[in-house]
Write a protein that binds this ligand. Structure first.
Ligand code: NDP
Length: 328
């Protein structure tokens, strides 16, 4: 039997944590033969639901779940983890400015970075979910400098999966026959869901759908606004799909993407496609041997260039704001 892997979920008592911890226990994160020890972290006010979650996980009698540590102690939560899923953060209330939520979450991510740096495994793989996800990941990478920068990512896989789902629904084909869409940029409404290189049923998505107007307008808006549509329908934000996409993100990163497939991940830019170096930006990536690489050489038309630059500009503004309040 394999040694168990320690997996941290922060903000574990929240909605995404609730769905995610069960998926992890069922082997959706690291595969059906990999035992895990779940480290569930939340803040003092969430102690009761956090303990409740632990009780439910015990009651699920999941063979792969070797142990569950439910804690409000950051050191205990980070000790020995080799996967860290950062879901904890203040939600943006309607009365709050973007910079207010950034300041609050920025200071949390600075603190969590220091704890991961001290207590997590040195090759810990990190995915940030809490918003603003890209900039929180950037802050984390700056304050956890002993963790390789390549190991710090943010989640755009939900947006990627939403794009696959929309193409499949439009063509009435199984989602498994659609691949290689790309989410460029920020996990925000400026993200650019790009189908120009995507494949549906073995042919280009544009040739399969034969409706460029829909692809250039309605499709992009549906993907960008899908989170808001789910809040309207459920009166709560998406949780199951977010949790499921976290599993896809980590599983592909650890076990590799299938030949000929790419996925979208928020990673630190090396300047590829003219994206300013050091921004945490979503790119098309393939994964092999536990490493991701940005897919190179995709032709970029003028319309895409414009959208990729707009979302990069928003991320540069966020980086600037983060620098200002972290200096204070
Ligand atoms: P959720 O579990 O629904 O969401 C958690 C975070 O994920 C939010 O920041 C949310 O951002 C973000 N997110 C990113 N992508 C998505 C997506 N596609 N759909 C939904 N959310 C997404 O929030 P809860 O409020 O239920 O739980 C948060 C937990 O964090 C609570 O248990 C709370 O106690 C904890 N917390 C921890 C803090 C800390 O560690 N110091 C501070 C504050 C809270 P958005 O709000 O923009 O959707």
């Amino acid at each position: 039997r394999k040694e168990p892997v320690r997996v941290l979920i922060t903000g574990a008592a929240g909605q995404i944590g609730y769905a995610l911890s069960s998926l992890v226990g069922h082997g959706e994160l690291l595969g059906k033969s990999q035992p895990v020890i779940l480290h569930l972290l939340d803040i003092g006010t969430a102690t009761e639901p956090l303990n409740g979650l632990k009780l439910e996980l015990v009651d699920s009698a999941l063979p792969l779940l070797t142990d569950v540590i439910a804690t409000t102690n950051l050191t205990e939560a980070c000790t020995g983890v080799s996967i860290a899923i950062m879901v904890g953060g203040y939600p943006r209330k309607t009365s709050m400015e973007r910079k207010d939520v950034m300041a609050m979450n920025g200071s949390i991510y600075k603190m969590h970075a220091s704890a991961l740096e001290k207590y997590a495994c040195k090759d810990c793989k990190v995915v940030v979910v809490a918003n603003p996800a890209n900039t929180n990941a950037l802050i984390l990478s700056e304050f956890a400098s002993s963790i390789p920068r390549k190991n710090i990512t943010c989640l755009t896989r939900l947006d990627h999966n939403r794009a696959l789902g929309q193409v499949a629904a439009k063509l009435a084909i199984p989602v498994s026959t659609v691949k290689n869409v790309t989410i460029w940029g920020n996990h925000s409404s400026t993200q650019y869901p790009d189908v120009n290189h995507g494949i549906a049923n073995g042919i280009g998505i544009r040739d399969a759908i034969k409706d460029d107007d829909w692809l250039d307008n309605e499709f992009v808006t549906i993907v960008q606004q899908r989170g808001a549509a789910i809040i309207k329908a459920r009166n709560m934000s998406s949780a199951l799909s977010a949790a499921s996409s976290v599993c896809d993100h980590i599983r592909d990163w650890v076990h590799g993407t299938p030949p000929g497939h790419w996925v979208s991940m928020g990673v630190l830019s090396d300047g590829s496609y003219g994206v300013p170096e050091g921004l945490c930006y979503s790119f098309p990536v393939t994964c092999q041997n536990g490493d991701w690489s940005i897919v190179q050489g995709l032709p970029i038309d003028a319309r895409s260039r414009h959208k990729m630059d707009d979302t990069a500009r928003e991320l540069e503004e966020e980086r600037q704001l983060a620098r200002e309040f972290l200096q204070d």
